[in-house]
Design a protein around this ligand. Structure first.
Ligand code: NAP
Length: 298
């Protein structure tokens, strides 16, 4: 599997496995989670995406339980996020869901994530959402200090617009290494609104969350009927399934997009890397893109 260098010392697998839905599975046992990790590792998918808030602040512990007593931690890179505070057992005094990019919150969240995942370092820490109340000097200095301490190997952001990125980066010595944004054949606006262009210009690889539109691509929503038909026609013609085609559409783009896959089904996980074999030239890319737009290019 291709690997992408997000810093001089840290490379991630081009496809990433996301654990947002891990506790939605009918089987959430450590053994089942290890089976999913093994299915990823067999294909060279070594990067696992987590967040403090996933699974009601329980998903990191589920991963930690699966890693316990194994050598799996040395074979994977863990991405996790901080900054969303919601009323929960974890944040019992909290009344109003909010974002928190303060030093106190980031440091507490990182220590909790390390404890939950039974590890002494996080490969990549992301600020989960832009915080409209952010003190960029405080947040930037905290991220720098975390990298300096070795608790975190690299830092980045998620759902940031270019101006949010520039504000935070202006107060940091460590380069921000990635932005995790929603990007798919359905959520394609990033390709024209400046989000992707900004990262292409800065040569910062993008992670694409919900690259299959969270499964909506396979539903019966009339709004995406034409797109589904174009993808499925292309899939039949090339001998792949529609999911692989939708991922190939992201992989083909020159911005070094890293799709984060979210399936809980082992059979689907085992076939993630088929997307690399789908032939996707410029015309095929535009055929799918214009089906998503609903009209040909002017
Ligand atoms: P996704 O791959 O777009 O969607 C996964 C969903 O699609 C699952 O429910 C899966 O069901 C379903 N699916 C996949 N293939 C299918 C098929 N052929 N037919 C029918 N359904 C199918 O990704 P996602 O789970 O929404 O997001 C992926 C990761 O992105 C998350 O785990 C998380 O790490 C990250 N994320 C980040 C943010 C952020 O704000 N940074 C937000 C959302 C997500 P099965 O399980 O049954 O296969």
């Amino acid at each position: 599997m291709e690997r992408i260098n997000i810093t001089r010392d840290l490379a991630l697998s081009r496809l990433i496995y996301g654990m947002w839905r891990v506790l939605d599975d009918s089987d959430t046992s450590p053994e089942r989670i290890r089976n999913k990790l093994d299915a990823c590792l067999d294909q060279g998918i070594t990067t696992i995406d987590q967040a403090a808030i996933y699974g009601g602040y329980q998903a990191e512990s589920a991963l930690g339980d699966a890693l316990e007593g194994t050598h799996l931690r040395d074979k994977i890179e863990i991405v996790t996020k901080c900054g969303i505070v919601a009323p929960s057992a974890r944040h019992s005094g909290v009344r109003v869901p909010h974002y928190d990019s303060s030093r106190a919150h980031i440091l507490e969240s990182v220590d909790y994530s390390l404890m939950a995942m039974r590890t002494d370092y996080i490969d990549l820490l992301l600020i989960h959402r832009p915080d409209p109340f952010m003190n960029h000097d405080e947040t930037g200095a905290t991220l720098d200090a975390l990298v300096f301490s070795g608790k975190v190997r690299a830092v980045g952001v998620s759902n940031f617009k270019p101006h949010d990125w520039s504000l935070l980066q202006s107060a940091m010595r460590t380069p921000l290494s990635t932005n995790q944004i929603e990007l798919s054949v359905v959520a394609h606006h990033g390709f024209t609104n400046g989000d992707v262009a900004f990262h292409q210009m800065n040569d910062t690889p993008i992670m694409a969350w919900s690259p299959l539109a969270g499964g909506a691509l396979f539903g019966d929503d009339p709004a995406t009927a034409r797109l589904r038909q174009a993808i499925s026609k292309f899939a039949v013609r090339t001998g792949f399934d529609s999911g692989a085609v939708a991922i190939a559409w992201l992989l083909a783009h020159p911005a070094k997009i890293m799709p984060i896959m979210g399936s809980n089904q082992i059979s689907r996980i085992k076939s993630f890397s088929q997307a690399f074999d789908v032939p996707m030239d410029r015309e095929a890319w535009f055929d799918i893109y214009t089906s998503a737009l609903g009209h040909p290019v002017p």
